[in-house]
Design a binder for this molecule. Structure first.
Ligand code: GLP
Length: 237
């Protein structure tokens, strides 16, 4: 949390010259964002107002086909956890357009927007139980940029709790930043919590070099990756 709060202080100091944040969604991020909001609400009114003006972030991914007001969309997740409490507009809290007529074009546009903003500064990442980061499903290489992806059975199973516990109800496709954009971030913070992530985290920590079968292993190629894991997630490592 200190790291994130410090990043926001930097954003206040350097304003639009700073690189945007790369944000993630999912249950792992709920306590992270709740803690961040608590910290930021402790700032002076002037600083909070300035932060609203300079805030710039790009989310990793979004389901295709959900309305933005649908509580299961990642747009709604961000509005709930950060947008409303911090009074941020949707235009500074960017999420891929999962309702676009042509999702491939939307993914290309999103990638171009990330690049035009100077690339990601601090990238927050969660970890999928099958090793995905964003929605980069295995097998995946390091060159891919923002793209449309077909979600695996494993991922739809993992995320079914938001869809009445029914994997079939989870959208089949999503837009995700690619590993290329993630690896181009200045620094990466991988957050892994809970017993369900212990097997994949143990596998990741044993790896000596990247392997397409575990997308998160491409992070081994990055010079500045910080892992934040709780005792349950580390229980098999
Ligand atoms: C999801 C999202 C990722 C997220 C990860 C972990 O499918 N696409 O962005 O970081 O998988 O999710 P959770 O934190 O809910 O376990």
């Amino acid at each position: 949390m200190d790291v994130l709060e410090q990043e926001f202080r930097q954003l206040l100091i350097h304003g639009h010259a700073a690189r945007p944040l790369g944000l993630a969604t999912g249950r792992t991020m709920e306590p992270v964002y709740a803690g961040l909001v608590r910290r930021l609400q402790g700032w002076s009114g002037t600083d909070r107002q300035r932060l609203r003006l300079v805030w710039s972030s790009f989310n990793l991914d979004e389901y295709i086909g959900l309305a933005s007001r649908d509580p299961r969309s990642y747009r709604a997740f961000m509005d709930t956890w950060l947008g409303q409490p911090l009074q941020l507009t949707s235009s500074c809290l960017r999420v891929p357009d999962g309702q676009a007529m042509d999702p491939t074009v939307a993914a290309e546009d999103y990638s171009r927007d990330v690049q035009a903003s100077g690339g990601i500064g601090l990238q927050l990442l969660g970890l999928g139980a099958n090793g995905h980061v964003g929605f980069n499903e295995p097998p995946c290489g390091p060159e891919q940029r923002c793209h449309v992806v077909t979600l695996s059975e494993a991922t739809r199973h993992q995320n079914a709790s938001m869809f009445g516990g029914t994997p079939a109800a989870v959208p089949h496709q999503a837009i995700t930043l690619g590993v290329a954009e993630i690896l181009a971030a200045r620094e990466i913070h991988l957050v892994v919590t809970g017993r369900s992530k212990a097997p994949i985290l143990a596998r990741l920590l044993e790896m000596q070099r990247p392997d397409p079968s575990l997308p998160a292993s491409w992070l081994l190629e990055h010079q500045r990756v910080q892992l934040w894991a709780d005792a349950e997630a580390l229980s098999l490592a």
